[in-house]
Design a protein around this ligand. Structure first.
Ligand code: APR
Length: 262
C-alpha cells in the first residue's frame, strides 16, 4: 500500500483530526518560511537578533517597522489550497482543530474556526511594559517606506511601547494556547503535521506527543521529516497538492478540473 493510500485510510478511519502547521503551509501563499535557504526570511536577517525582546529594547523602531511590513505582506497574501482544504474536512463531518506555529491569519481567512496560535499572531499587539493587549488605529498600520523606521505606538494604559503579540526567542508560549494544544493533540485520532521543520521546541514535540497518545501521524513536507514510527506516514511534496488530494481521495471537497491531478 502506498503512503498516499495509507494516509487516505487513516483519515477515513479518524474522527478527531488535528492539523499541526508551520511556515510551509503558507509558503504557497507567498509568505517566506524561516529556514528555506533561498526564500527564507532569515537569509537576510539574523533571527536571534530580530526576534527577541532584547532587539526590541535596543531598537524598537526597527523591530516595529519589520513587523508592520510582515503584517502588510500577510494582508496581501491569500489562503492557498492547503489552508482551504482544512475547513472542507470539517464541513464534511470530521472534528477538526488547527494548532499552528504561524503568526499569519491565513487559517482563519480560509474558514478554519478552531485555531490555536502557539507563537501568537501578527494581528495582535500588546504593551512591552505592562503586557496589556493594545489596539491599533488604521493610521498606525501604515506601511514603512523602504528604509523608513516607525516608532511603536504607546499603550493607552501605561504609555509603554506597543510590541507585536508574537512569541520571541527565549519567551514562553502563551499559557492557554499550549494547554489547549496539548489537550487537542492527546485526544486526537490523527495528527497531520504540515510544513514544519520540527526544530523549535516545545512545538516540535507535538507529533511525538500524538504518537505517544496512540494517534497516527501524517507528515506533509517537501522534505522527508518522518521518524519512521509504525504509525507515522510521510507524504513528501507540497501541502497545496497533498491536502486537496487527500480530501478528493475521500470524495470530499471540490472535484478537480478535468485536466487536474489524479
Ligand atoms: N509544502 C509543504 N512543506 C513545505 C512547503 C510546501 N509548499 N514549503 C516549505 N515547506 C517545508 C520546508 O521543507 C520546511 O520543513 O516547511 C518547513 C518550514 O520550516 P521552517 O521555515 O523552519 O518553519 P517552521 O517549522 O514553521 O518554524 C517553526 O521557528 O522560527 C521559529 O517561530 C518561528 O514558528 C516558527 C518556528
Amino acid at each position: 500500500m502506498s503512503n498516499m493510500q495509507r494516509a487516505t485510510e487513516a483519515l477515513r478511519a479518524s474522527k478527531k483530526v488535528v492539523f499541526f502547521t508551520g511556515a510551509g503551509i503558507s509558503a504557497e501563499s507567498g509568505i517566506p518560511t524561516f529556514r528555506d535557504k533561498l526564500t527564507g526570511l532569515w537569509t537576510k536577517h539574523d533571527p536571534e537578533r530580530l526576534e527577541t525582546a532584547a532587539a526590541f529594547r535596543e531598537n524598537p523602531a526597527l523591530i516595529w517597522s519589520w513587523y508592520l511590513w510582515r503584517r502588510h505582506q500577510v494582508g496581501q497574501a491569500k489562503p492557498n489550497a492547503a489552508h482551504l482544504a482544512i475547513p472542507q474536512l470539517s464541513n464534511a463531518g470530521w472534528e477538526v482543530s488547527v494548532v499552528t506555529q504561524n503568526i499569519d491569519d491565513l487559517h482563519e481567512r480560509a474558514g478554519s474556526s478552531q485555531v490555536v496560535h502557539l507563537h501568537g499572531s501578527l494581528m495582535d499587539v500588546k504593551c512591552f511594559a505592562c503586557h496589556r493587549p493594545g489596539k491599533l488605529t488604521p493610521a498606525q498600520l501604515g506601511i514603512p517606506e523602504e528604509g523608513q523606521l516607525i516608532e511603536p505606538p504607546r499603550c493607552v494604559r501605561c504609555n509603554g511601547k506597543l510590541r507585536p503579540g508574537v512569541v520571541w526567542f527565549r519567551e514562553n508560549l502563551p499559557e492557554g494556547a499550549w494547554r489547549s494544544a496539548v489537550r487537542l493533540v492527546k485526544n486526537c485520532d490523527l495528527l497531520i503535521s504540515v510544513g514544519t521543520s520540527g526544530v523549535v521546541m516545545p512545538a516540535a514535540d507535538i507529533p511525538n506527543m500524538a504518537l505517544a497518545a496512540g494517534a497516527t501521524v501524517i507528515h506533509v513536507n517537501l522534505e522527508d521529516v518522518g521518524l519512521d514510527a509504525a504509525d507515522e506516514i510521510m507524504l513528501t511534496g507540497a501541502a497545496g497538492v497533498f491536502l486537496p488530494a487527500l480530501l478528493r481521495a475521500l470524495g470530499v471537497g471540490a472535484p478537480l478540473p478535468p485536466d487536474g491531478l489524479t
